[in-house]
Design a protein around this ligand. Structure first.
Ligand SMILES: [Zn+2]
Ligand SMILES: [Zn+2]
Length: 392
């Protein structure tokens, strides 16, 4: 029998685990029940479990044979502050909290692989299963790294997977190089001199400056970034003034800035900073710029992606594999791990447009649900990847 069929035949307890996690979603850094539940099972299966990295984070380690290679497989555990609209039996029991991104499925997938690898699979080397908190916010991967993840659990390669609605169920998508965008948050405070709306010559108007800055920012992507590169600058918030006859003292702009290349990301920061400063000065107001570099560009390394691609083709056949998918402008904190260790971020189709609405709608939708049919695909993929990587 094929590995995929064997894992599928054994999937029932992990589908039950997935639905249990869906019923009991927990927000980032508060995954106490989830973390305790996983740790207990992993220990019972023979894993050496380290608790408490970034609070609720876990590393479950299994060492077999004399192999010297070390592999990291990562799943995220956190839910989102969304009120679920589904009515099925395993809907969220927690008001206003929901597994709307399928992290319940990612966790159950890795648990199914953990069980199989501990009980039925041969490999030689060190397996590090990383269950991280707070992927959505504020970035549990970064916190685990700051708390010594890779010093305590060195890895020669690291992988993670995410379900993807809109892609056929179980389709595996691989992407060489940049796969997810960086995400930076910029807050610009403009300070002028308030005054009477009828006498603008006695004031320094921050609203006119804000409007000029919004328009000038549009030139960064169109005039400074290589047209073959992707970049996004969105002014998502502009707050200023309250009355039609009052020039306010200040205005505030909030920007979301994305790039799919580390150099483009740096270029955006330089151009936004220079342009805002100069525009403000030319219009007689002061600009204070708070430029928060958040999640970095997620870059998959070629060698590790190619290994995963070969494993995927062997597992589900070439027609169920997208050899080179398109990068996404969303962001993902696994990017921090890939800054420390080579590896790859793999997408698994959750269901195309013909699938039930809960599987086809986008993640973060209140009617979304992880597709349990893809759980065995992800679990078998992890098993085969671990066996391929961890050899003498
Ligand atoms: Zn999400
Ligand atoms: Zn997610």
């Amino acid at each position: 029998m094929s590995l995929l069929q064997t894992v599928r035949d054994q999937a029932a307890p992990f589908v039950a685990l997935r639905r249990d996690l869906h019923q009991h979603p927990e927000l980032g850094l508060a995954e106490f029940r989830t973390s305790a539940l996983l740790a207990g099972q992993l220990e019972a299966w023979g894993y050496q479990v380290t608790r408490g990295l970034a609070g609720t984070g876990l590393v479950a380690q299994l060492v077999r044979g004399s192999g010297r290679k070390r592999l990291g497989l990562r799943a995220d555990m956190d839910a989102l502050p969304i009120q679920e609209t589904n009515t099925f039996a395993h809907r969220s029991h927690h008001d206003g909290v929901m597994h709307a991104c399928g992290h319940d499925g990612h966790t159950a997938m890795l648990m199914a692989a953990a069980h199989y690898l501990a009980h039925e699979a041969t490999f030689s080397g060190t397996l590090n299963l990383i269950f991280q908190p707070a992927e959505e916010h504020p970035g549990g991967a970064r916190l685990m790294i700051e708390q010594g993840l890779f010093e305590r659990f060195p890895c020669d390669a690291i992988y993670a997977a995410h379900n993807m609605p809109g892609v056929a169920a179980g389709q595996l998508v691989f992407i060489d190089g940049p796969a997810m965008a960086s995400s930076d948050d910029v807050t610009i405070t403009l300070t002028g001199v308030g005054g009477h709306g009828a006498m603008p010559h006695r004031a320094q108007d921050p609203i006119v400056a804000a409007a000029a800055i919004v328009m000038a920012l549009q030139t960064v992507v169109s005039r400074n970034v290589d047209p073959q590169q992707a970049a996004v600058i969105t002014v998502g918030s502009l707050v200023a003034g309250q009355a039609n006859n009052v020039i306010p003292n200040s205005a505030r702009l909030s920007l979301s800035v994305r790039a799919l290349d580390r150099e483009v990301r740096d270029l955006l920061q330089t151009r936004i900073t220079d342009l805002v400063t100069a525009q403000a000065q030319s219009l007689g107001v002061r600009a204070d710029i708070d430029y928060l570099r958040d999640y970095p560009v997620l870059v998959n390394t070629w060698h590790e992606t190619e290994l995963a691609r070969r494993v995927g083709i062997e597992l589900v056949g070439p027609e169920r594999v997208t050899r080179q998918g398109r990068p996404l402008t969303g962001s993902e904190d696994f990017a921090f791990m890939l800054e420390h260790c080579p590896g790859s971020y793999v997408l698994i189709g959750n269901g195309d447009e013909h699938a039930p609405a809960a599987h086809a709608c986008m993640v973060h939708n209140p009617g979304y649900d992880f597709n349990d049919d893809i759980l065995p695909v992800g679990a078998a993929f992890w098993v085969r990847l671990a066996q391929s990587f961890l050899q003498d």
